[in-house]
Write a protein that binds this ligand. Structure first.
Ligand code: CP
Ligand code: NVA
Length: 306
């Protein structure tokens, strides 16, 4: 049977997401009662980081431990990957030693190449193009807080980056709408986002218009990892794309605010929004832990009824 990878959001179908959101709730509830659940006993996760991380590392490492397995942290600096070992060779070797691999890297092409030579499931822990584990947790958080996301409107304000691309893929699969507002020159590139069509998103020149009647307002840093050289230019270009109280006011009165974190208060979001009553950023971050446990369980064991 072919190995199942999770390299972008559209690698799973809608019924698989329904299952994963259900499993996330089960696993989270069990965890909240301190009830041990070790379906991945003796399994090992290798985590390869070519970029920094707090949440992704912690949630995968703690999550694997909580499921009874263990996790090994590798980074470019300390491994032969940083000294030019071909990614294909690394995949052949690493996937003979562990049961599942998570990678955070630069171009999506790198993780695709790794996966094509891996004997075990590979999970995208963020690439320049996508951040599927984050959106998995974000949508779970929306459902947990407000119910089904189908037919709802998500306002994406800022950069058309890995988070934005993944929201757009998710909208097609789970049937909701995304209102995107980016500064000129930073618009969505449908090919890079790997979209089927354009009917689940709409672009707005004015971020206020994108936020109008939205059920969820979300944003991310103006300068993603790997794009630091553009920071000065981006600070100027994105100045009007800061999520503020006025934007939240034109959204629905029960709208949520999300941010994948780390955040820069006073840049992409005002403190009164991210620290305000509509913000669910801490629940969002915490749900990485449970959503990814459900994901690892699914990739390794398939559907379970435990
Ligand atoms: N949101 C997120 O992926 O955070 P880290 O960069 O800390 O892993
Ligand atoms: N878009 C950000 C997300 C960080 C979790 C980045 O890629 O740096």
């Amino acid at each position: 049977m072919a190995v199942k990878h999770y390299l972008q959001f559209r690698d799973l179908a809608r019924d698989e997401y329904d299952y994963l959101f259900h499993r996330t709730a089960v696993i989270k509830e069990r965890f909240s009662r301190y009830q041990p659940y070790h379906p991945l006993a003796d399994r090992t996760l290798a985590m390869i980081f070519e970029k920094s991380s707090t949440r992704t590392r912690l949630s995968f490492e703690a999550g694997m431990h909580q499921l009874g397995g263990s996790a090994i942290y590798l980074n470019t600096r300390d491994t032969q990957l940083g000294r030019g070992e071909p990614v294909e060779d690394a995949a052949e070797v690493i996937s003979r030693m562990v049961d599942i691999v998570m990678i955070r890297t630069f171009e999506q092409e790198i993780i695709e190449r790794f996966a094509s030579h891996s004997r075990v499931p590979v999970i995208n822990g963020l690439t320049n193009e996508y951040h599927p584990c984050q959106i998995l947790a974000d949508i779970y958080t929306y459902i947990e807080t407000r119910g089904s996301i189908q037919g709802k409107t998500v306002a994406w304000i800022g950069d058309s980056n890995n988070m934005c691309n993944t929201w757009l893929q998710a909208a097609e699969i789970l049937d909701f709408n995304v209102h995107v507002s980016t500064p000129p020159g930073y618009e969505v590139e449908p090919e890079r986002a790997n979209l089927y069509g354009t009917d689940h998103y709409e672009s707005f020149a004015d971020p206020m218009d994108a936020c109008r009647d939205a059920d969820l307002v979300t944003t991310d840093v103006w300068t993603s990892m790997g794009f630091e050289a553009e920071n000065a230019v981006r600070q100027k270009a994105f100045a009007d794309w800061r999520v503020d109280a006025d934007m939240m006011r034109v959204a629905r009165s029960d709208a949520l605010f999300m941010h994948c974190l780390p955040a820069h208060r006073g840049e992409e979001v005002d403190a009164e929004v991210i620290d305000g009553p509509q913000s669910v950023v801490w629940e969002e971050a915490a749900n990485r832990l449970h959503a990814q446990k459900a994901l690892m369980e699914y990739l390794l064991l398939g559907r379970v009824d435990a």
